[in-house]
Write a protein of this length. Sequence first.
Length: 164
Amino acid sequence: MQKGIHERLLAYLQDQRVTTLAVHDAAGAHAAAVFYAVDAELNLYFVSDPASRHGQALVATGRAAGTVQTDRQEWHEITGIQWHGAVRQLNGAARTRGWELYTARFPFLLTGDVALTGALAKTVLWQAAPDWMRLIDNRLGLGHKEEWHRHPRHGGTQLHNEPP
């Protein structure tokens, strides 16, 4: 049986490691690549300095867009995800759960490396809760797109398979 869009998105996100965040502030658009972990609900967890330009924009707006893609693809194999949604800093039990997911994905963070520990001390753990994702997969046909919406008011999952 073919997997549904949620399962395909989750599998793809589990196979990749980096999302490029896109934010907007008074100076204009800005992007930053961050390592992430993903949970079963398609929430992305990442660490970043809240004093960085993208961190300040996330604090100010609570929103971001992003992309995840496989590197070094031929045009007929292009696969990737576009997303947008709410972003928040995690505290308490939510932070503990998110940190467990993140360090399970990146266990080198727990090695006690002094430089890494110092850098991590300046960061916070964030959760991006995408309300929309688009999976692009040219292996299924040029321009193949499928869209997923977190909230049913958007009409649920939609399938788009149109030429670009």
